[in-house]
Design a binder for this molecule. Structure first.
Ligand code: PGA
Length: 249
């Protein structure tokens, strides 16, 4: 059985005080769950988050990182810096990074390589835009995103990959893919991986769905056989909503 995962991507939200409050609430209210629970606060609050969650089952992820070891990259954060404060998971390829910060597949492949060299786990995000779905190109877009950024990896490296399919038209819009649309794409992703590798890799990798997952739609989406959890944006910022989504899994 694959690991189930619920991850909260806090994006550029919550200052230090608000972060501490939400983490305390989550620690108190999070239901016992067999699923892994991950939160990704902003960089400046990662170190304090790790400290605050020291005795908690909640894990901490960064929202991004640079591919270089270190050096003259003003404003950037390296893998070693994250590891040094106890952050061993990183989100890469989020559609907002792709859209607003020009991150493309080639750059993401470099970031993936660095993170894996450092033995970090990666939540790798990808998904089609609205126009691509409307024109029926969504499967080929998703396939090429996977191929370009991940299919150079060898089989053992897939142990540290978590996939997050996030149709761009569903992120922060209140519009979700229907559970059937999510299942259809997740099954396609698994088959694509199976064709490129084998059954073991395809069946072993967790594929999360992201895009307006809320307490009222989480259970149905998570009930689909190829959906192994969710990457949650807006609803991860409220304790009650996030815990309800963890309960739904
Ligand atoms: P959303 O964001 O849940 O607010 O749609 C999801 C994401 O961007 O990961």
């Amino acid at each position: 059985m694959r690991t189930q995962i619920v991850a909260g991507n806090w994006k550029m939200n919550k200052n230090l005080d608000e972060t501490e409050i939400l983490l305390s609430e989550l620690s108190a209210k999070l239901p016992d769950s067999t699923a892994e629970v991950i939160v990704a606060p902003t960089f400046v609050n990662l170190a304090s988050t790790v400290r605050q969650l020291q005795n908690s089952v909640i894990q901490v992820a960064a929202q991004n990182m640079h591919f270089a070891e270190n050096g003259a990259y003003t404003g950037e954060i390296s893998a070693d810096m994250l590891l040094n404060i106890g952050v061993e998971i990183v989100i890469l390829g989020h559609s907002e990074r792709r859209a607003y910060f020009g991150e493309d597949d080639a750059l993401l492949a470099k970031k993936v390589n660095t993170a894996l060299d450092k033995n970090m786990r990666i939540i790798f995000c990808f998904g089609e835009e609205l126009e691509e779905r409307k024109s029926g190109n969504h499967f080929s877009v998703v396939e090429s995103q996977l191929k370009n950024a991940l299919f150079h990896l060898d089989q053992s490296q897939w142990n540290n990959i978590i996939l997050a399919y996030e149709p761009v038209w569903a992120i922060g819009t209140g519009e979700t893919a229907s559970p059937e649309q999510a299942q259809e794409m997740h099954a396609f992703i698994r088959k694509t991986i199976k064709d490129a590798y084998n059954d073991e890799v395809a069946e072993g990798v967790a594929i999360l769905y992201g895009g307006s997952v809320k307490p009222n739609n989480a259970a149905e989406i998570f009930s689909k056989p190829d959906v192994d959890g969710g990457l949650i944006g807006g609803a991860s910022l409220k304790c009650d909503d996030f815990t309800a989504i963890v309960e739904a899994i």
